[in-house]
Design a protein around this ligand. Sequence first.
Ligand SMILES: Cc1cc2nc3c(=O)[nH]c(=O)nc-3n(C[C@H](O)[C@H](O)[C@H](O)COP(=O)(O)OP(=O)(O)OC[C@H]3O[C@@H](n4cnc5c(N)ncnc54)[C@H](O)[C@@H]3O)c2cc1C
Length: 570
Amino acid sequence: MNCDLLVVGSGASGLAAAVTAAFHGLKVVVVEKDPVFGGATAWSGGWMWVPGNPLAQRAGIHEDPQQPRTYLRNELGARYDAARIDALLDNCGPMVAFFEQHTALQFVDGNAIPDVHGHVPGAATQGHQVAAAPYDGREVGPLIKRLRRTMRETSFMGMPIMAGADLGAFLSMTRSFRSLRHVARRFSRHLIDLAIHGRAMQLVNGVALVARLAKSAETLGVQLIESAPAKRLIVENGVVRGAVVATTDGEIQIRADKGVVLATGGFPNDVQRRRALFPRTPTGHEHLALPPLGCSGDGITLGESAGGVLVTDLASPAAWAPVSKVPYADGSIGHFPHIIDRAKPGLIGVLANGKRFVNEADGYYDYTAAMVAAVPPGEEVASWLVCDHRFQRRYGLGFAKPFPLPLAPYLRSGYLKRGASIEDLARVCGIAPAALAQTVRAFNEHAERGEDPEFGRGATPYNRKQGDPLHTPNPCVAPIVQGPFYAVKVQPGSFGTFAGLKTNGSAQVLDAADRPIAGLYAVGTDMASVMGGFYPSGGINLGPAMTFGYIAGRHAAGAMTLAQAPRRAA
Ligand SMILES: Cc1cc2nc3c(=O)[nH]c(=O)nc-3n(C[C@H](O)[C@H](O)[C@H](O)COP(=O)(O)OP(=O)(O)OC[C@H]3O[C@@H](n4cnc5c(N)ncnc54)[C@H](O)[C@@H]3O)c2cc1C
């Protein structure tokens, strides 16, 4: 098979590269290892960090382009790579404009979401985020059957729920008639979709992003091939010219004149590399990765085979997330990411010694990094999220959903721990009982007034955004008083990996001497994190994944040099 550009992997980064290159006239093939397209992207919240995005501009938010640079300089320190940061920040706005104008990918405004570390100079309170607009699955056509469905753990009966007003309605439906009406409408339509199509058709979050990108790719004539893992690169005279791909009909060679884009989603499920690179992971199995199993390091291995270099000198090798294990009736285990519950009022996180160790309302990365650092060597790295009955029924705790859904299944499966008193709960969990009781007493004393002098819950705009806007005076703080009490054990996991192939501002893979390897690009989590292994804001995976996908597509098509790209594309 011959084409101009071969894209390996069908998440946001691969599809962004494919769509961009096809728009600029290249004949593009996308090969996907799994039987469905979409990768971790389809399971994601779909939020993209895009400072200066056109939606912010249209809303009258005009940020000094130096501000995100200042923020990143303060966050990344010595790991600030000016060339790649400039490539990201100069191209991310034009990337959104390109997709809006020329493809089925339309966006919604997430510009009210603040950067995570509001106390760091340069942090913005607005103007930095977009997500894919909700999409009606019917518009995708027959291709919908070939796309990955939403993540089981974060959906409700297969229905994805969008952060913001949609999720807010689900969490407040017992307190607001408007919310109840919204939920009734959404859910009844979902039941009809399940009956007719056997799947969710109100696409939001990552599934909307993938559906819109895949539809755009199909419209532009990109050939999409599933169940087709790339096995080896074809390298001729030091130039990458395609790959050998396993298909249901056996191995085939796909030759690509303009090169290959590695977009296989990093190595979150490569147990050997996890063991070698992740802290506190002696066997490799302690880590609870969230992405699909297919994201297992193929792109890194392919890149290394052509002379690429895996960058491991990062603040963290993975995009940390606190994760709980969900035991299912069939014996399988799911991974639930604690994104939403930690900042709500009336919850604390404690270690086995019964003590708090972090502001739980901070970012998921911060919570997990603090947990990894705080658990003494030799002990299992874990913490417990603890709340009372009122909290659990109002907001849910992890996978254990709020009222009106029953608690019994979560208690029966052992997912949710319960105790009539705080001490009882501690004993059930294996937490020091007297210490936990003391921690809760001390927390409650100040929480009555909405204060958290120990860790400052609710101190930043990001904290408050994640809290409950209907709860005063502090949307992140309430006492833990009404028994029975509940806890869920959380362990270190990740949204994906940060360690990845060394690349330049054009997404070209670099060799050990920092020279671009002709015909080889790496994007998304196959390229080393442009954030240096830090997590300054939500959306810092997908914003760069989309932007460097767009850059790689243009570069391969010879559309224009990087320096011209921002001005011309705008
Ligand atoms: C629950 C969850 C929520 C998240 N929410 C957000 C969010 O809101 N914002 C954000 O920025 N980030 C978020 N993330 C992280 C983000 O989703 C990922 O960083 C991003 O999707 C990675 O995109 P990608 O294109 O690199 O890879 P992926 O989307 O993972 O796609 C890679 C694809 O390559 C395929 N593949 C692997 N090997 C081969 C091979 N040999 N040949 C062919 N194909 C191959 C895989 O099967 C997979 O389909 C979230 C992640 C999870 C799991």
